[in-house]
Design a protein around this ligand. Structure first.
Ligand code: SAM
Length: 230
């Protein structure tokens, strides 16, 4: 655990993380390229070339593939942690005419707590709401919510969800995502989170929340985890 924390701290969301992720993703893209739909590969390459996402290619593919399968169910879609819009773009591509709620401070990370072990800095991953709106302007029924989640959900009409993606890096934010979305998920609805099993705060939030719930946390071979609402 100590070694893992030191490793994650050394990456810390800076240039090292981006360089390592870029290299790792390009290898994954090469491996996916021989067996996946060329149109999907072009989408993944486009996101990589545009430096739009901090997810690896395998992680992006999982979001794309699960969101596509969920698009046939009732309920809206949501993402908390949009940053430069890479994972949001994947969801936009498959959501059809469903409402898609995009939550972010659009001013980077809020302060972290002790559970996060000092890995991230406040305002890290700052992005511009207007720039993301421009990037995703070709898609309909998008609803942008600026501010710290879950407070920023106060004006969102009550509805159910078939798919929710969390990528907030921190304990409090992840806990807020679970408390807000879990009761609103359709039966069979899927929640996916980035950074489970690599960021201590994210893992702690999931483990605490699901301690008394019937669902199992489905740990992925990527850094993600998935919940299927029973
Ligand atoms: C790692 S980035 C998201 C990466 C993105 N999903 C991608 O495709 O690369 C984390 C984002 O979460 C946002 N964030 C973290 N905690 C938040 C909270 N409680 N409310 C709103 N946004 C939050 C930050 O502003 C940042 O843009």
């Amino acid at each position: 655990m100590w070694l893992k924390n030191r490793f994650v701290q050394s990456l810390g969301g800076g240039r090292m993380e981006r360089f390592g992720l870029d290299l790792w993703s390009r290898l994954q893209l090469a491996s996916l390229g021989s067996r996946k739909d060329p149109a999907v590969m072009e989408l993944l390459w486009d996101i990589r070339r545009g430096k739009r996402s901090l997810l690896s290619a395998f992680e992006q593919y999982l979001i794309y593939s699960v969101a596509r399968s969920q698009s046939k169910m009732p309920g809206a879609m949501a993402e908390v942690g949009v940053f430069r819009g890479g994972s949001a773009k994947l969801i936009c591509e498959v959501k059809g005419d469903k409402p898609f709620h995009l939550f972010d401070t659009y001013e980077g990370l809020p302060p972290s707590s002790e559970a996060d072990r000092g890995i991230h800095k406040e305002h890290q991953y700052t992005c511009s709401l207007e720039e993301i709106q421009e990037y995703l302007s070709g898609y309909e029924n998008l609803h942008f919510h600026k501010g710290i989640f879950p407070d920023s959900a106060a004006d969102v009409p009550e509805q159910t969800y078939c798919f929710a993606h969390f990528d907030v890096d921190l304990y409090e934010g992840t806990k807020g995502c679970l408390e807000y979305f879990y009761p609103r998920m359709e039966r069979g609805g899927v929640m996916i989170s980035h950074d489970y099993g690599i960021l201590a705060g994210v893992e702690k939030a999931f483990q605490e929340f699901f301690e008394d719930k019937p669902e199992e946390i489905i740990d992925q071979p990527t850094t993600q985890c998935m919940i299927i609402k029973l």
